[in-house]
Every structure is written in structure tokens, then in C-alpha cells.
Design a binder for this molecule. Sequence first.
Ligand SMILES: [Zn+2]
Length: 90
Amino acid sequence: MAAVQARLRIAMTYDSDLEGLLAADPVDAGCAAGFEVLHRYVEDELAGRKPAHTYPGLAAHLHGCPACRADYLGLIEAAEQFGGAGPPAS
Ligand SMILES: [Zn+2]
């Protein structure tokens, strides 16, 4: 019970758009699932769409997982520098 109340209190600090999504679908997609769609999430973000609407599970995960948030920010940065959000060629 206390955990639920704490979660609700945290949700209220999110921006109103995302707050509704997370309340409706609080399922965290997890690191592996997030990694598979992260580049698409970044492409949507850069295209001015709202990836949090398309991938609410990943949006929730990015809020809670510093490692994936770092990947996400790295992809944004790389895309802005190199003009693409796909996985790096190796
Ligand atoms: Zn993660």
C-alpha cells in the first residue's frame, strides 16, 4: 500500500501528458525490450512526434533506468551529430 501511494506521489510530479500515460499503463518494458525500440523512439522524438505515446512502456522505463536513459541521450546526441538514429555500423 505504501509503495502504491509513493508511486502516485511520484507520478504527480511528471508532466501532465506523461502522467496520464504512466497511470494508465505503468508497465515498465524493461532494458531488453527498450533496447530493441530505442532507436525508433529516438527517431520519433527527433521527428517531433510523441514517442511516449507510441512506446509508453519504454517511456516509463527511461524514467526509471539511468543506464537506458544514458543510451537514449547518447542516441539523440549521435543523431544530431550524424543525422541518423540507427544502430552504429560496426
Ligand atoms: Zn534499462
